[in-house]
Design a protein around this ligand. Structure first.
Ligand SMILES: Cc1cc2nc3c(=O)[nH]c(=O)nc-3n(C[C@H](O)[C@H](O)[C@H](O)COP(=O)(O)OP(=O)(O)OC[C@H]3O[C@@H](n4cnc5c(N)ncnc54)[C@H](O)[C@@H]3O)c2cc1C
Length: 456
């Protein structure tokens, strides 16, 4: 596909974009609406009289912080409709930043109160303070530990599995202790409107916790899968294939999406890992995952035996070609990030879709390129041009080497590059660098879609 040719002349339609934007705006408005309800009631309803700016600000921050803390559970509840407009990685990022904002609000609450009324410092001493003040203090401390252990998890060498349990425990402690504090203080939550809002928030929070930790795992357990194939791949990776263990049809998914996969455990145990589906969306009964040996869980993938039970929660994610109506595609992958791209290519092949695809596939060494052979087969079935990019090429290598740079993209991309849809998946650093390069080439960032393999 020479440079001057058109690859992507027809792009995502206006109504499609409009729907996506409206949906995104709706969920943001709902989020802001929910977290500001208690504040609006305090402002507009029959709340007790104010006690000066600093005091009132402290109370408002306390209420906003607690509501944000409770809503944090909704953000990571994997509700597909809510995450679809953004992608789950963006939701997790938002969850992180929202936690920091909630922490600032919650910590500022007692500090401002003490600044306004220094005598209240006595309430910070659990030996003499009433229980509901100690409860408030407990909530603040739990939130501080929760945010610190999340932001600095890797620096503190906290293992993901253990962190996940402690995160849930600390989050529940922080919310329950804060609600107990508000109930114990009573003063601001006594009006009928505020009581209703508070009860609604508690009901929502409880329902989400029960749904995420009990109902959904139970639903996932009702539709078990069975491992039907395990095969070794290049580059320390394994492909495992699963099929429904009964006569079920499997899950319908879009190429590029991922699932939370549980092996050798039950869905209630919180031992699920996110993996992109590598196989074709046109064959939903058989799901294939290609998994790189990386840590405690993934290093044991090669030991999985045919016949073992697997549980699949999904599909999730917004990283899919099916959301966009482009006439051609540019896909860019580094290392194991090629997995969702393979699902896209295999799906195009099964659909007989002859749209041109330009694939930048970066890897360290030629012999470690996981999907090398599968791609040979795909080149014969779809209109695919691959630019292999090797960091450590063999001696006789005449292709691209180094990384996927702006210069390389500039050299290989078609003339109508600003109209293409780009799908990028790989190490976080690579995604950032490719996005910067695309931006430098005039590609609007709204056309660059990426999937991060690292949520926390
Ligand atoms: C949307 C998405 C799709 C992915 N698709 C693939 C894929 O197709 N192939 C592939 O090889 N890898 C994929 N990954 C990465 C894969 O999930 C992690 O490599 C794997 O969970 C690491 O587990 P571990 O116990 O072996 O490693 P560890 O050494 O325990 O962890 C390494 C890192 O992986 C992440 N991680 C670990 N456990 C979990 C978990 N239960 N949930 C979320 N993150 C976790 C953490 O950031 C951790 O620091 C994907 C990740 C995401 C978010």
């Amino acid at each position: 596909m020479p440079n001057g040719l058109q690859l992507c002349a027809r792009t995502t339609s206006e109504p499609q974009l409009e729907r996506a934007v409206l949906s995104a705006v709706f969920w943001i408005a709902l989020y802001l609406g929910v977290i500001t309800v208690p504040l609006l009631i305090l402002l507009l309803g029959d709340a007790p009289p104010g006690r000066g700016f600093v005091w009132d600000l402290a109370i408002a921050l306390g209420f906003a912080g607690v509501t944000m803390m409770a809503v944090q559970f909704v953000l990571t509840a994997r509700f597909r409709r809510a995450s679809a407009p953004y992608g789950i990685d963006i939701i997790y990022y938002f969850h992180r930043y929202a936690a920091v904002v909630a922490l600032v609000a919650v910590v500022a609450h007692p500090l401002l109160i003490v600044a306004d009324e220094p005598a209240y410092v006595a309430y910070l001493d659990p030996r003499s303070a009433p229980w509901h003040m100690t409860s408030g203090l407990l909530s603040v401390l739990a939130l501080i530990v929760l945010v610190a252990t999340s932001v600095a998890r890797k620096q503190l060498h906290i293992h993901y599995g253990g962190w996940r349990y402690s995160h849930l425990f600390l989050a529940i402690v922080a919310v329950v202790a804060a609600l107990a504090h508000i109930e114990g203080v009573g003063y601001y939550a006594a009006s009928p409107a505020m009581r209703k809002a508070w009860l609604a928030l508690i009901a929502l929070w409880t329902a989400v916790v029960v749904y995420v930790r009990v109902v959904r795992p139970a639903l996932v357990m009702r539709a078990p899968y069975r491992v039907v194939e395990v095969r070794r791949e290049r580059g320390d990776a394994w492909t495992i294939a699963v099929e429904p263990s009964d006569d079920g049809d499997g899950i319908e998914f879009a190429p590029g999406q991922f699932v939370w996969l549980t092996l050798r455990s039950r869905p209630f145990a919180m031992k699920d890992h996110p993996f992109s589906i590598a196989s074709s969306a046109e064959q939903p009964r058989r799901l294939e995952f290609t998994i790189k040996e990386l840590g405690d869980f993934t290093r044991t993938i090669g030991d999985v035996a045919v016949g073992e039970i697997a549980y699949v929660d999904g599909p999730h994610g917004a990283f899919t070609i099916d959301r966009y109506d482009s006439r051609g595609l540019v896909v860019i992958a580094g290392g194991i990030g090629a997995v969702p791209i393979m699902s896209m290519l295999r799906t195009l092949a099964d659909r007989g879709d002859r749209r041109p695809v330009l694939f930048f596939y970066a890897c360290r060494r030629w012999e470690r390129m996981t999907f090398r052979e599968s791609l040979e087969d795909l080149v014969a079935r779809i209109d695919l041009r691959i630019v292999f990019v090797l960091e450590e090429p063999p001696e006789a290598w005449t292709g691209a080497h180094g990384r996927v740079t702006q210069a390389l993209l500039d050299q290989e991309l078609p003339a109508d590059r600003t109209q293409c849809e780009y799908f990028v998946c790989g190490p976080t650093e690579m995604i950032r660098s490719v996005e910067t390069s695309l931006h430098g080439l005039g590609v609007p960032l709204a056309r660059a879609h990426s999937e991060l393999f690292e949520l926390v």
